[in-house]
Design a protein around this ligand. Structure first.
Ligand code: GDP
Length: 529
Protein backbone atom coordinates (compact mmCIF):
# COMPACT_ATOMS: atom_id res chain seq x y z
CA UNK A 1 0.00 0.00 0.00
CA UNK A 2 1.33 3.42 -0.89
CA UNK A 3 2.00 6.16 1.64
CA UNK A 4 -1.02 8.14 0.34
CA UNK A 5 -3.29 5.10 0.62
CA UNK A 6 -2.13 4.50 4.17
CA UNK A 7 -3.12 8.07 5.08
CA UNK A 8 -6.49 7.80 3.33
CA UNK A 9 -7.49 4.68 5.21
CA UNK A 10 -6.96 6.19 8.65
CA UNK A 11 -9.69 7.57 10.90
CA UNK A 12 -8.56 8.90 14.27
CA UNK A 13 -11.31 10.04 16.58
CA UNK A 14 -12.49 10.37 20.15
CA UNK A 15 -15.78 9.51 21.79
CA UNK A 16 -16.98 12.14 24.25
CA UNK A 17 -19.89 12.06 26.64
CA UNK A 18 -21.08 12.81 30.11
CA UNK A 19 -20.27 9.84 32.39
CA UNK A 20 -22.78 6.99 32.02
CA UNK A 21 -24.16 8.00 28.64
CA UNK A 22 -22.64 4.85 27.14
CA UNK A 23 -19.17 5.75 25.84
CA UNK A 24 -17.52 2.55 27.07
CA UNK A 25 -20.34 0.39 25.79
CA UNK A 26 -20.23 2.01 22.37
CA UNK A 27 -16.45 1.70 22.18
CA UNK A 28 -16.76 -1.96 22.96
CA UNK A 29 -19.37 -2.55 20.27
CA UNK A 30 -17.23 -0.76 17.71
CA UNK A 31 -14.30 -3.02 18.62
CA UNK A 32 -16.52 -6.07 18.26
CA UNK A 33 -17.37 -5.03 14.71
CA UNK A 34 -13.70 -4.62 13.99
CA UNK A 35 -13.11 -8.14 15.27
CA UNK A 36 -10.59 -6.59 17.64
CA UNK A 37 -12.21 -8.22 20.65
CA UNK A 38 -14.26 -11.37 20.83
CA UNK A 39 -16.65 -10.71 23.63
CA UNK A 40 -18.44 -7.95 25.41
CA UNK A 41 -16.93 -6.87 28.70
CA UNK A 42 -13.40 -6.79 27.33
CA UNK A 43 -13.13 -3.03 27.39
CA UNK A 44 -12.75 -1.76 30.91
CA UNK A 45 -14.50 1.38 31.89
CA UNK A 46 -11.98 3.89 33.14
CA UNK A 47 -14.30 5.83 35.29
CA UNK A 48 -13.81 6.60 38.92
CA UNK A 49 -16.84 5.63 40.86
CA UNK A 50 -18.63 8.16 42.95
CA UNK A 51 -17.31 8.24 46.49
CA UNK A 52 -14.03 6.67 45.50
CA UNK A 53 -12.26 9.97 45.95
CA UNK A 54 -10.03 8.81 48.74
CA UNK A 55 -9.67 5.26 47.59
CA UNK A 56 -6.11 5.09 46.35
CA UNK A 57 -6.47 1.62 44.98
CA UNK A 58 -9.21 2.98 42.83
CA UNK A 59 -6.91 5.67 41.51
CA UNK A 60 -4.22 3.12 40.73
CA UNK A 61 -6.73 0.86 39.06
CA UNK A 62 -7.90 3.81 37.04
CA UNK A 63 -4.37 4.64 35.93
CA UNK A 64 -3.78 1.08 34.84
CA UNK A 65 -6.91 0.99 32.84
CA UNK A 66 -6.34 4.31 31.28
CA UNK A 67 -2.98 3.12 29.89
CA UNK A 68 -4.69 0.08 28.46
CA UNK A 69 -7.48 2.05 26.87
CA UNK A 70 -5.57 5.17 25.87
CA UNK A 71 -5.67 4.21 22.21
CA UNK A 72 -7.83 1.44 20.82
CA UNK A 73 -7.12 0.62 17.22
CA UNK A 74 -8.76 -1.81 14.85
CA UNK A 75 -9.33 -2.48 11.17
CA UNK A 76 -12.84 -2.33 9.76
CA UNK A 77 -13.56 -2.68 6.04
CA UNK A 78 -9.91 -2.05 5.40
CA UNK A 79 -9.94 1.23 7.32
CA UNK A 80 -7.51 1.68 10.19
CA UNK A 81 -9.50 3.14 13.03
CA UNK A 82 -7.85 4.75 16.05
CA UNK A 83 -10.10 5.57 18.99
CA UNK A 84 -8.49 7.91 21.51
CA UNK A 85 -9.87 7.49 24.97
CA UNK A 86 -11.14 10.57 26.77
CA UNK A 87 -11.78 10.39 30.51
CA UNK A 88 -15.33 11.39 31.35
CA UNK A 89 -14.69 12.32 34.99
CA UNK A 90 -14.70 16.08 35.31
CA UNK A 91 -11.55 16.19 37.43
CA UNK A 92 -9.72 14.82 34.40
CA UNK A 93 -11.30 17.22 31.94
CA UNK A 94 -7.98 18.78 31.07
CA UNK A 95 -6.69 15.39 29.95
CA UNK A 96 -9.65 15.14 27.66
CA UNK A 97 -9.13 18.66 26.29
CA UNK A 98 -5.56 17.75 25.40
CA UNK A 99 -6.57 14.48 23.78
CA UNK A 100 -9.00 16.45 21.64
CA UNK A 101 -6.00 18.20 20.06
CA UNK A 102 -4.99 14.82 18.62
CA UNK A 103 -8.31 13.66 17.14
CA UNK A 104 -9.50 14.34 13.62
CA UNK A 105 -13.17 14.00 14.54
CA UNK A 106 -15.41 13.03 17.45
CA UNK A 107 -18.57 11.10 18.22
CA UNK A 108 -20.71 12.66 20.93
CA UNK A 109 -22.80 10.16 22.91
CA UNK A 110 -26.01 11.43 24.51
CA UNK A 111 -28.39 9.53 26.77
CA UNK A 112 -31.89 9.73 25.28
CA UNK A 113 -33.49 10.16 28.69
CA UNK A 114 -31.01 12.60 30.20
CA UNK A 115 -30.39 14.67 27.11
CA UNK A 116 -27.52 17.13 27.01
CA UNK A 117 -25.56 17.02 30.28
CA UNK A 118 -22.95 19.29 31.79
CA UNK A 119 -19.79 17.46 30.71
CA UNK A 120 -21.11 17.10 27.17
CA UNK A 121 -21.56 20.86 27.00
CA UNK A 122 -17.99 21.58 28.10
CA UNK A 123 -16.39 19.06 25.77
CA UNK A 124 -18.47 19.98 22.75
CA UNK A 125 -17.60 23.61 23.29
CA UNK A 126 -13.91 22.76 22.98
CA UNK A 127 -14.60 20.80 19.78
CA UNK A 128 -16.69 23.60 18.37
CA UNK A 129 -13.96 26.15 19.01
CA UNK A 130 -11.60 23.98 17.01
CA UNK A 131 -14.10 23.17 14.25
CA UNK A 132 -13.69 19.46 14.86
CA UNK A 133 -16.21 17.44 12.82
CA UNK A 134 -18.76 15.85 15.15
CA UNK A 135 -21.31 13.05 14.84
CA UNK A 136 -23.99 12.79 17.53
CA UNK A 137 -25.11 9.34 18.71
CA UNK A 138 -28.29 9.30 20.78
CA UNK A 139 -28.10 6.22 22.93
CA UNK A 140 -30.37 3.96 25.01
CA UNK A 141 -33.37 4.03 22.68
CA UNK A 142 -34.48 0.77 24.29
CA UNK A 143 -35.44 2.95 27.24
CA UNK A 144 -38.14 5.55 27.56
CA UNK A 145 -36.65 8.97 26.83
CA UNK A 146 -37.20 12.33 25.27
CA UNK A 147 -38.95 12.85 21.97
CA UNK A 148 -36.45 12.74 19.08
CA UNK A 149 -37.35 16.19 17.76
CA UNK A 150 -37.18 17.77 21.21
CA UNK A 151 -33.83 16.17 21.78
CA UNK A 152 -32.43 17.46 18.50
CA UNK A 153 -33.68 20.93 19.48
CA UNK A 154 -31.94 20.60 22.80
CA UNK A 155 -28.72 19.56 21.08
CA UNK A 156 -28.88 22.59 18.81
CA UNK A 157 -29.66 25.02 21.58
CA UNK A 158 -27.50 23.78 24.41
CA UNK A 159 -24.54 22.70 22.32
CA UNK A 160 -24.75 25.36 19.65
CA UNK A 161 -24.76 22.77 16.87
CA UNK A 162 -26.62 22.47 13.58
CA UNK A 163 -27.88 18.96 13.21
CA UNK A 164 -29.46 16.75 10.62
CA UNK A 165 -30.60 13.20 11.41
CA UNK A 166 -29.14 10.40 9.33
CA UNK A 167 -31.19 7.79 11.12
CA UNK A 168 -34.50 7.99 12.89
CA UNK A 169 -36.05 5.84 15.62
CA UNK A 170 -39.32 3.96 15.19
CA UNK A 171 -40.86 4.12 18.63
CA UNK A 172 -38.92 4.17 21.86
CA UNK A 173 -38.56 2.27 25.09
CA UNK A 174 -41.12 -0.50 25.31
CA UNK A 175 -42.43 0.34 21.82
CA UNK A 176 -39.03 0.62 20.22
CA UNK A 177 -39.23 -1.21 16.91
CA UNK A 178 -36.10 -0.20 15.16
CA UNK A 179 -34.44 2.48 13.14
CA UNK A 180 -35.02 3.95 9.74
CA UNK A 181 -31.65 4.59 8.22
CA UNK A 182 -31.95 7.82 6.27
CA UNK A 183 -28.37 7.52 5.01
CA UNK A 184 -28.76 4.03 3.53
CA UNK A 185 -32.54 4.15 3.11
CA UNK A 186 -33.42 0.97 4.94
CA UNK A 187 -35.04 -0.24 8.10
CA UNK A 188 -33.28 -2.13 10.80
CA UNK A 189 -35.66 -3.96 13.10
CA UNK A 190 -35.01 -4.30 16.78
CA UNK A 191 -35.70 -7.66 18.31
CA UNK A 192 -34.93 -7.47 21.96
CA UNK A 193 -31.57 -7.85 23.49
CA UNK A 194 -28.19 -8.63 22.04
CA UNK A 195 -29.12 -8.81 18.42
CA UNK A 196 -25.75 -9.19 16.89
CA UNK A 197 -26.48 -9.76 13.23
CA UNK A 198 -27.86 -7.45 10.66
CA UNK A 199 -30.01 -9.86 8.71
CA UNK A 200 -33.22 -8.14 9.66
CA UNK A 201 -32.23 -5.07 7.72
CA UNK A 202 -34.89 -4.40 5.12
CA UNK A 203 -34.18 -2.10 2.22
CA UNK A 204 -36.86 0.53 1.75
CA UNK A 205 -36.16 2.77 -1.16
CA UNK A 206 -39.79 3.81 -1.14
CA UNK A 207 -41.07 4.66 2.29
CA UNK A 208 -44.64 4.87 0.88
CA UNK A 209 -44.69 1.19 0.09
CA UNK A 210 -47.56 -0.66 1.85
CA UNK A 211 -44.94 -3.17 2.98
CA UNK A 212 -44.10 -0.77 5.77
CA UNK A 213 -47.50 -1.28 7.44
CA UNK A 214 -47.01 -5.02 7.34
CA UNK A 215 -43.70 -4.78 9.09
CA UNK A 216 -44.16 -2.15 11.75
CA UNK A 217 -47.95 -1.71 11.89
CA UNK A 218 -50.25 0.97 10.55
CA UNK A 219 -49.96 3.63 13.21
CA UNK A 220 -46.17 3.55 13.52
CA UNK A 221 -45.88 3.47 9.71
CA UNK A 222 -47.93 6.63 9.33
CA UNK A 223 -46.11 8.31 12.15
CA UNK A 224 -42.74 7.46 10.60
CA UNK A 225 -43.80 8.82 7.20
CA UNK A 226 -45.03 12.05 8.76
CA UNK A 227 -41.91 12.49 10.77
CA UNK A 228 -39.61 11.80 7.85
CA UNK A 229 -41.50 14.42 5.88
CA UNK A 230 -41.06 16.87 8.71
CA UNK A 231 -37.35 16.06 8.88
CA UNK A 232 -36.98 16.78 5.18
CA UNK A 233 -38.65 20.16 5.72
CA UNK A 234 -36.96 21.21 8.92
CA UNK A 235 -33.42 19.87 8.66
CA UNK A 236 -30.89 20.55 5.93
CA UNK A 237 -29.76 17.75 3.67
CA UNK A 238 -26.53 16.18 4.82
CA UNK A 239 -23.57 17.97 3.31
CA UNK A 240 -20.16 16.42 3.84
CA UNK A 241 -18.24 19.63 3.41
CA UNK A 242 -20.38 21.32 6.05
CA UNK A 243 -19.77 18.37 8.39
CA UNK A 244 -16.03 18.43 7.79
CA UNK A 245 -15.79 22.13 8.54
CA UNK A 246 -17.80 21.79 11.75
CA UNK A 247 -20.90 23.54 10.41
CA UNK A 248 -23.26 20.55 10.40
CA UNK A 249 -23.52 17.55 12.71
CA UNK A 250 -25.27 14.36 11.61
CA UNK A 251 -27.31 12.54 14.26
CA UNK A 252 -27.74 8.78 14.73
CA UNK A 253 -30.02 6.90 17.11
CA UNK A 254 -29.48 3.51 18.66
CA UNK A 255 -28.78 1.37 21.66
CA UNK A 256 -25.15 0.62 22.25
CA UNK A 257 -25.92 -2.00 24.87
CA UNK A 258 -28.03 -3.94 22.39
CA UNK A 259 -25.58 -3.33 19.61
CA UNK A 260 -28.32 -1.61 17.76
CA UNK A 261 -27.73 1.26 15.34
CA UNK A 262 -24.00 0.85 15.91
CA UNK A 263 -23.18 -0.76 12.56
CA UNK A 264 -25.05 2.04 10.77
CA UNK A 265 -23.06 4.57 12.72
CA UNK A 266 -19.77 2.86 11.95
CA UNK A 267 -20.50 2.35 8.24
CA UNK A 268 -21.45 5.97 7.81
CA UNK A 269 -18.54 7.09 9.96
CA UNK A 270 -15.91 5.41 7.77
CA UNK A 271 -17.53 6.99 4.71
CA UNK A 272 -17.78 10.54 5.92
CA UNK A 273 -15.28 11.02 8.76
CA UNK A 274 -12.14 12.93 7.89
CA UNK A 275 -8.83 11.32 7.08
CA UNK A 276 -5.90 12.77 9.09
CA UNK A 277 -6.11 16.53 8.96
CA UNK A 278 -3.42 19.13 8.41
CA UNK A 279 -2.18 20.88 11.53
CA UNK A 280 -1.04 24.41 12.17
CA UNK A 281 2.45 24.95 13.59
CA UNK A 282 3.97 28.24 14.69
CA UNK A 283 5.54 28.65 11.26
CA UNK A 284 3.16 26.99 8.79
CA UNK A 285 0.38 24.52 8.08
CA UNK A 286 1.69 20.95 7.98
CA UNK A 287 -0.08 18.52 5.64
CA UNK A 288 -0.18 14.77 6.37
CA UNK A 289 1.06 13.95 2.86
CA UNK A 290 4.37 15.66 3.44
CA UNK A 291 7.15 13.09 3.28
CA UNK A 292 9.04 14.33 6.33
CA UNK A 293 7.90 13.18 9.72
CA UNK A 294 6.37 15.50 12.28
CA UNK A 295 4.26 14.88 15.37
CA UNK A 296 3.50 16.12 18.86
CA UNK A 297 3.11 14.76 22.38
CA UNK A 298 -0.46 15.06 23.69
CA UNK A 299 -0.33 12.72 26.65
CA UNK A 300 2.27 11.30 29.00
CA UNK A 301 1.70 8.30 31.14
CA UNK A 302 3.87 7.18 34.01
CA UNK A 303 4.79 3.56 34.33
CA UNK A 304 2.60 1.62 36.72
CA UNK A 305 5.61 -0.10 38.16
CA UNK A 306 7.45 2.24 40.55
CA UNK A 307 10.70 0.31 40.00
CA UNK A 308 10.73 1.37 36.37
CA UNK A 309 10.44 5.08 36.30
CA UNK A 310 10.09 5.33 32.55
CA UNK A 311 7.03 6.88 31.05
CA UNK A 312 5.11 6.52 27.86
CA UNK A 313 4.75 9.65 25.75
CA UNK A 314 1.88 9.49 23.28
CA UNK A 315 2.75 11.10 19.96
CA UNK A 316 0.21 11.88 17.25
CA UNK A 317 1.80 11.64 13.84
CA UNK A 318 0.93 14.69 11.75
CA UNK A 319 3.02 14.10 8.61
CA UNK A 320 5.40 11.58 7.06
CA UNK A 321 6.23 8.25 8.61
CA UNK A 322 7.60 7.54 12.03
CA UNK A 323 10.30 4.89 11.87
CA UNK A 324 11.96 2.85 14.53
CA UNK A 325 15.59 3.73 15.29
CA UNK A 326 15.60 6.80 13.10
CA UNK A 327 16.79 10.02 14.75
CA UNK A 328 14.20 12.77 15.16
CA UNK A 329 14.60 16.31 16.37
CA UNK A 330 13.14 17.10 19.77
CA UNK A 331 12.51 20.74 18.92
CA UNK A 332 12.34 22.20 22.44
CA UNK A 333 15.64 20.56 23.45
CA UNK A 334 17.23 21.05 20.05
CA UNK A 335 18.61 17.52 20.11
CA UNK A 336 18.09 14.32 18.19
CA UNK A 337 16.51 11.29 19.78
CA UNK A 338 16.12 7.71 18.54
CA UNK A 339 13.50 5.26 19.67
CA UNK A 340 14.28 1.58 19.60
CA UNK A 341 10.92 0.33 20.75
CA UNK A 342 8.04 2.59 19.75
CA UNK A 343 4.66 1.11 20.65
CA UNK A 344 1.65 0.92 18.43
CA UNK A 345 -1.76 0.20 19.87
CA UNK A 346 -4.17 -2.51 18.85
CA UNK A 347 -7.41 -3.11 20.68
CA UNK A 348 -6.12 -3.21 24.23
CA UNK A 349 -2.64 -4.40 23.38
CA UNK A 350 0.44 -2.50 22.51
CA UNK A 351 3.29 -3.81 20.40
CA UNK A 352 6.54 -2.58 18.92
CA UNK A 353 6.21 -1.21 15.40
CA UNK A 354 8.71 -0.35 12.70
CA UNK A 355 6.66 2.23 10.87
CA UNK A 356 3.59 4.35 11.62
CA UNK A 357 1.60 6.77 9.48
CA UNK A 358 -0.18 10.12 9.87
CA UNK A 359 -3.21 9.73 12.10
CA UNK A 360 -1.53 6.99 14.11
CA UNK A 361 -0.44 7.29 17.69
CA UNK A 362 2.91 5.94 18.81
CA UNK A 363 3.88 5.44 22.43
CA UNK A 364 7.51 6.36 23.12
CA UNK A 365 9.39 5.24 26.19
CA UNK A 366 10.74 8.31 27.87
CA UNK A 367 12.96 8.94 30.85
CA UNK A 368 12.00 12.56 31.29
CA UNK A 369 12.71 14.23 27.96
CA UNK A 370 9.16 14.99 27.04
CA UNK A 371 6.44 17.20 28.25
CA UNK A 372 2.98 17.70 26.88
CA UNK A 373 2.94 19.77 23.73
CA UNK A 374 6.49 18.87 22.60
CA UNK A 375 7.06 18.62 18.87
CA UNK A 376 9.22 16.04 17.09
CA UNK A 377 10.32 16.58 13.49
CA UNK A 378 12.80 15.35 10.94
CA UNK A 379 14.91 18.46 11.45
CA UNK A 380 12.58 21.41 10.99
CA UNK A 381 12.45 23.82 13.92
CA UNK A 382 8.73 24.33 14.37
CA UNK A 383 6.21 23.77 17.14
CA UNK A 384 2.65 22.59 16.79
CA UNK A 385 0.07 24.88 18.24
CA UNK A 386 -3.04 24.25 20.18
CA UNK A 387 -2.11 22.59 23.43
CA UNK A 388 -2.87 25.33 25.90
CA UNK A 389 -2.94 25.14 29.65
CA UNK A 390 -6.34 26.03 31.03
CA UNK A 391 -6.77 28.00 34.19
CA UNK A 392 -6.99 25.65 37.17
CA UNK A 393 -9.91 25.95 39.55
CA UNK A 394 -8.28 24.76 42.76
CA UNK A 395 -5.09 26.13 44.29
CA UNK A 396 -3.00 24.90 47.19
CA UNK A 397 0.47 25.52 48.53
CA UNK A 398 2.56 22.40 48.43
CA UNK A 399 4.93 21.88 51.39
CA UNK A 400 7.69 19.37 51.85
CA UNK A 401 6.74 17.03 54.71
CA UNK A 402 10.04 15.16 54.85
CA UNK A 403 13.08 17.48 54.92
CA UNK A 404 15.42 14.63 53.95
CA UNK A 405 13.58 14.07 50.70
CA UNK A 406 13.57 17.58 49.24
CA UNK A 407 15.31 16.49 46.02
CA UNK A 408 12.89 13.63 45.48
CA UNK A 409 9.96 15.95 46.02
CA UNK A 410 11.27 18.45 43.53
CA UNK A 411 11.90 15.81 40.90
CA UNK A 412 8.54 14.17 41.48
CA UNK A 413 6.62 17.42 41.25
CA UNK A 414 8.56 18.38 38.16
CA UNK A 415 7.77 15.13 36.37
CA UNK A 416 4.13 15.04 37.40
CA UNK A 417 3.70 18.55 36.02
CA UNK A 418 5.30 17.46 32.72
CA UNK A 419 2.69 14.74 32.56
CA UNK A 420 0.04 17.40 32.86
CA UNK A 421 -1.41 16.11 36.13
CA UNK A 422 -1.57 19.68 37.46
CA UNK A 423 0.12 23.05 37.08
CA UNK A 424 2.84 24.51 39.25
CA UNK A 425 3.17 28.21 39.97
CA UNK A 426 6.10 29.75 41.81
CA UNK A 427 5.22 32.88 43.74
CA UNK A 428 7.32 35.86 42.79
CA UNK A 429 7.43 37.25 46.29
CA UNK A 430 8.80 34.33 48.29
CA UNK A 431 9.41 31.46 45.88
CA UNK A 432 6.70 29.29 47.45
CA UNK A 433 5.09 26.69 45.21
CA UNK A 434 1.41 26.58 44.47
CA UNK A 435 -0.26 23.69 42.70
CA UNK A 436 -3.31 24.40 40.59
CA UNK A 437 -5.68 21.66 39.44
CA UNK A 438 -8.95 21.28 37.61
CA UNK A 439 -10.40 18.95 40.23
CA UNK A 440 -9.78 18.30 43.92
CA UNK A 441 -9.08 14.62 43.20
CA UNK A 442 -5.73 15.50 41.65
CA UNK A 443 -4.28 16.53 45.02
CA UNK A 444 -4.75 13.03 46.33
CA UNK A 445 -3.33 11.52 43.17
CA UNK A 446 -0.24 13.75 43.44
CA UNK A 447 0.32 13.03 47.12
CA UNK A 448 -0.07 9.31 46.59
CA UNK A 449 2.17 9.18 43.56
CA UNK A 450 4.88 11.34 45.13
CA UNK A 451 5.05 8.92 48.01
CA UNK A 452 4.87 5.70 46.03
CA UNK A 453 6.91 6.60 42.99
CA UNK A 454 9.39 9.14 44.34
CA UNK A 455 9.56 8.39 48.04
CA UNK A 456 8.64 11.98 48.88
CA UNK A 457 6.05 13.32 51.26
CA UNK A 458 4.04 16.48 50.90
CA UNK A 459 1.18 18.29 52.51
CA UNK A 460 -1.01 21.12 51.32
CA UNK A 461 -2.22 24.45 52.58
CA UNK A 462 -4.99 26.47 51.11
CA UNK A 463 -4.09 29.24 48.74
CA UNK A 464 -6.96 31.65 48.28
CA UNK A 465 -6.95 31.93 44.50
CA UNK A 466 -9.94 31.66 42.23
CA UNK A 467 -8.35 31.69 38.80
CA UNK A 468 -4.96 31.84 37.15
CA UNK A 469 -4.69 34.63 34.60
CA UNK A 470 -1.73 34.69 32.27
CA UNK A 471 -0.49 38.27 32.11
CA UNK A 472 0.59 40.10 28.99
CA UNK A 473 1.27 43.82 29.32
CA UNK A 474 1.00 46.02 26.23
CA UNK A 475 4.23 47.59 27.36
CA UNK A 476 6.28 45.93 30.09
CA UNK A 477 8.05 49.23 30.75
CA UNK A 478 5.08 51.48 31.35
CA UNK A 479 4.09 52.85 34.73
CA UNK A 480 0.75 51.05 34.69
CA UNK A 481 2.39 47.65 34.52
CA UNK A 482 4.87 48.58 37.22
CA UNK A 483 2.05 49.67 39.48
CA UNK A 484 0.09 46.49 38.74
CA UNK A 485 3.10 44.43 39.75
CA UNK A 486 3.58 46.42 42.91
CA UNK A 487 -0.04 46.31 44.02
CA UNK A 488 -0.63 42.66 43.13
CA UNK A 489 2.76 41.48 44.35
CA UNK A 490 1.29 38.87 46.68
CA UNK A 491 -0.70 37.27 43.90
CA UNK A 492 1.91 37.08 41.18
CA UNK A 493 3.80 33.99 40.18
CA UNK A 494 5.37 32.23 37.25
CA UNK A 495 4.22 29.09 35.50
CA UNK A 496 6.61 26.31 34.45
CA UNK A 497 7.63 28.20 31.34
CA UNK A 498 8.42 31.32 33.32
CA UNK A 499 5.35 33.17 32.10
CA UNK A 500 3.87 35.71 34.47
CA UNK A 501 0.61 34.65 36.09
CA UNK A 502 -1.82 36.61 38.24
CA UNK A 503 -3.52 34.31 40.77
CA UNK A 504 -6.68 36.32 41.25
CA UNK A 505 -8.72 35.70 44.36
CA UNK A 506 -12.12 36.59 42.89
CA UNK A 507 -14.01 37.51 39.77
CA UNK A 508 -14.29 40.99 41.24
CA UNK A 509 -10.56 41.34 41.51
CA UNK A 510 -10.18 40.35 37.83
CA UNK A 511 -12.75 42.96 36.83
CA UNK A 512 -11.08 45.65 38.92
CA UNK A 513 -7.71 44.81 37.41
CA UNK A 514 -9.13 45.06 33.91
CA UNK A 515 -10.57 48.46 34.76
CA UNK A 516 -7.62 49.88 36.58
CA UNK A 517 -4.87 48.53 34.36
CA UNK A 518 -6.37 48.32 30.86
CA UNK A 519 -2.97 47.93 29.23
CA UNK A 520 -2.29 44.77 31.25
CA UNK A 521 -4.10 41.96 29.43
CA UNK A 522 -5.28 38.89 31.34
CA UNK A 523 -5.86 35.49 29.68
CA UNK A 524 -7.46 32.32 31.06
CA UNK A 525 -5.42 29.97 28.91
CA UNK A 526 -1.70 29.97 28.26
CA UNK A 527 -1.90 30.09 24.46
CA UNK A 528 -2.42 33.80 24.01
CA UNK A 529 0.56 34.36 21.76
P1 GDP B 1 -19.77 5.70 30.04
O1 GDP B 1 -19.63 6.22 31.42
O2 GDP B 1 -20.25 6.78 29.12
O3 GDP B 1 -18.58 4.97 29.52
O4 GDP B 1 -21.01 4.68 30.10
P2 GDP B 1 -21.07 3.08 30.06
O5 GDP B 1 -20.80 2.59 28.68
O6 GDP B 1 -20.25 2.54 31.15
O7 GDP B 1 -22.62 2.87 30.33
C1 GDP B 1 -23.26 3.30 31.52
C2 GDP B 1 -24.43 2.40 31.84
O8 GDP B 1 -25.42 2.50 30.82
C3 GDP B 1 -24.02 0.93 31.90
O9 GDP B 1 -24.73 0.34 32.94
C4 GDP B 1 -24.47 0.39 30.55
O10 GDP B 1 -24.79 -0.97 30.60
C5 GDP B 1 -25.71 1.25 30.28
N1 GDP B 1 -26.00 1.37 28.84
C6 GDP B 1 -25.13 1.68 27.85
N2 GDP B 1 -25.77 1.68 26.65
C7 GDP B 1 -27.07 1.37 26.90
C8 GDP B 1 -28.23 1.20 26.07
O11 GDP B 1 -28.20 1.33 24.86
N3 GDP B 1 -29.38 0.88 26.72
C9 GDP B 1 -29.47 0.73 28.06
N4 GDP B 1 -30.65 0.40 28.57
N5 GDP B 1 -28.40 0.87 28.86
C10 GDP B 1 -27.22 1.19 28.30
Amino acid sequence: MSFEQEIKRRRTFGIISHPDAGKTTLTEKLLLFGGAIQEAGAVKSNKIKKGATSDFMEIERQRGISVATSVLAFIYKDKKINILDTPGHKDFAEDTFRTLTAVDSVIVVIDVAKGVEEQTEKLVEVCRMRNIPMIVFINKLDREGKDAFDLMDEVEQKLGLHVTPLSYPIGMGYDFQGIYNIWEKNINLFEGDSRKNIEETIAFSDIDSPELEKIIGEKPANKLREELELIAEVYPEFDREAYLTGKLQPVFFGSALNNFGVRELLDCFIDIAPTPRAKESDTRLVAPEEKKFSGFVFKIHANMDPKHRDRLAFVKIVSGTFERNKPYLHVRHGKNLKFSSPNAFFAEKKEIVDISYPGDIVGLHDTGNFKIGDTLTEGEAMNFKGIPSFSPEHFRYINNADPLKAKQLEKGVDQLMDEGVAQLFTLEMNGRKVIGTVGALQYEVIQYRLEHEYGAKCNYENFPAYKACWVLPDDPKNEEFKEFKRVKQKFLGHDKHGQLVFLADSEFSIQMTNQKYPSVKLYFTSDYH
